[in-house]
Design a protein around this ligand. Sequence first.
Ligand SMILES: Cc1ncc(COP(=O)(O)O)c(C=O)c1O
Ligand SMILES: N[C@@H](CCCC[NH3+])C(=O)O
Length: 409
Amino acid sequence: MQLSDQNTYSIQNIDPHHFTEKFGSPLYVYDGATIRRKVQELQHAFPGINMKIKYACKANTNLSILRLMREIGVELDVVSPGELEMGLIAGYSASQITFTPSGVPFEEVREAVDAGAIVNVDSIPLLEWFGQTYGNTKPCLIRIKPNVAAGGNAKIMTAHADSKFGISVLLLDQILEVVKKYDIKIIGLHQHTGSDIKDAEPFLKVADILFETAKHFPDLEIVDLGGGFKVSYLPGDQITDMDLLGRKISERFKKFCSEYGRELQLWFEPGKFLVSESGYLLVNATVVKEDPARNFVHVNSGLNHLIRPMMYGSYHHILNVSNPAGEPKTYNVVGYICETDTFATDRTLPEVKAGDLLAFLNAGAYGFTMSSNYNARQRPAEILVDQAEAKLIRRRETLEDLLKTQTDL
Ligand SMILES: Cc1ncc(COP(=O)(O)O)c(C=O)c1O
Ligand SMILES: N[C@@H](CCCC[NH3+])C(=O)O
């Protein structure tokens, strides 16, 4: 969001108040130009490498976002049959979609394979089943757990020894035994370290582990290093230096390929990096309470719309779009849900009055997709601003939407 010299905010030169006047509040707003810019940033960071981006669409599955990704050459990583179906509806061919399950019923894997997607096998029992079911007739990747701890908080670290995800690299002998027993066609190795990782070092460490492991698999086409690049939640936050990381990984990848004897594809699966910054959750202040202990700003939203602050203690920057030049005051910004749904504690904002429009930044990833109907609240509408035009890409939910799956006894 840009702040002009006249102290007004805009997204692609449009005053955000226009969005809520037209589409209602609360409202998710995505800036298409930001998504395009982030994709380009990543595409340019790995010169001379056969690199593919597989957008981890759990971050944001709106079909219009998926279509935009497809148009700009980004493929897809999905974690459920639902996401797979959405990818197909958005126009992806199944071969552009990777299914990265985590302990799902094997029937879901069968559905994905039948549809033509490529599966990331995440356990020894699934590998056994895959071998028994398909022998060497269907290709797959194996999700390795490299036993490296990195990520913005403990809940989003997915590759340490105690994490549920993937097959421990310490079980390599067992993996090789099962692969040999069924002659399974392993075309790639995959790992995903976690989310919100700033430094190059953990990425390089897991890359080295995966490259070393890859030497045991002679028919690889792909090495998939997952996602997890850090974005800027706090103003001035250091983020992953993509150019530096790109250069360092590319160097090691080229060396690995020459040792391996063949040029492989290098895949990444970012979610946050591609869409977080593009998104805003616009809300209105409902009540401003000047309590003896502290000032509270209540908003017409809560953990039902943006759960990251409550689930991970995550920081989301907040702007007072209606009063950017107001006197600074300190508030707890809280939701309307009957839980302690605190968006921000002791946050200094330009003075907030009831009715003011506030914007939560970095709401493009894991915002709407992690939302719920708790307290029988409806989810917001979503709009995409692209080429300076705002389009409704999901209508606001109604009470009928909530009621329609219930049956009368
Ligand atoms: C397997 C896998 N790939 C990619 C991602 C995307 O992570 P991020 O949004 O941090 O890039 C995730 C989410 O944590 C994941 O579990
Ligand atoms: N949902 C997490 C990131 C992905 C975790 C799942 N592997 C977040 O909002 O930061």
